[in-house]
Design a protein around this ligand. Structure first.
Ligand code: S3P
Length: 171
């Protein structure tokens, strides 16, 4: 198989690291499509992520996530793909991302993540004490994002600067 099977740029990272915002900017810059896997799932399932978790459970969400990711990764035209923070947990997802994409991990501190995710209370995994949940999940997923081709520390960067940094790594 050709090396340029890596058609896409795939953004991974914990919730609140700016994957969706950066994917839009990056796609605009590269004149390609931005695809948000959460949005694909919402459209296919016909309900918000929180309702999928509540009515079908997390396992069903993860199955839908893997299917959506696999379908999008196998599209022929290039896309900048923003994945959900837990998409990296399944080994088959990680393998597919590495096969079909240049995988970029967006990193941010727990403090910045908490500040960002506190503005959106809809995330099913962050109900209750947000700070406690973020710290616990960050601990559980400590090395989950390490498989990326590169990591960008987004801490003191604007989304546009993050997009610039990705272009430099990708070229
Ligand atoms: C999740 C992250 C969310 C969404 C779902 C589960 C996770 O996406 O897929 O709530 O397990 O980290 P974002 O990372 O875009 O918030």
């Amino acid at each position: 198989m050709k090396d340029n099977q890596r058609t896409h740029i795939v953004l991974i990272g914990f919730m609140g690291t700016g994957k969706s915002t950066v994917s839009e900017l990056l796609a605009e810059r590269l004149s390609c499509e931005a695809v948000d896997i959460d949005a694909v799932i919402i459209e296919r399932e016909g309900m918000p992520i929180s309702d999928i978790f509540a009515t079908k459970g997390e396992a069903a969400f993860r199955t839908a996530e893997s299917e959506a990711l696999s379908d999008v990764l196998q599209r022929e035209h290039m896309g900048v793909i923003a994945t959900g923070g837990g998409a990296v947990l399944a080994s088959q997802n990680r393998e597919m991302m590495l096969k079909f994409g240049f995988v970029v991990n967006l990193h941010a501190s727990a403090e910045l993540i908490i500040e960002r995710v506190s503005q959106d209370t809809s995330r099913p995994l962050l109900q209750g004490d947000v700070s406690q949940r973020v710290h616990k999940l960050l601990e559980d997923r400590k090395h989950a994002y390490d498989f990326a081709h590169c990591t960008i520390d987004t801490e003191s960067m604007t989304p546009a600067q993050v997009a610039d940094a990705i272009v430099l790594e990708w070229r």
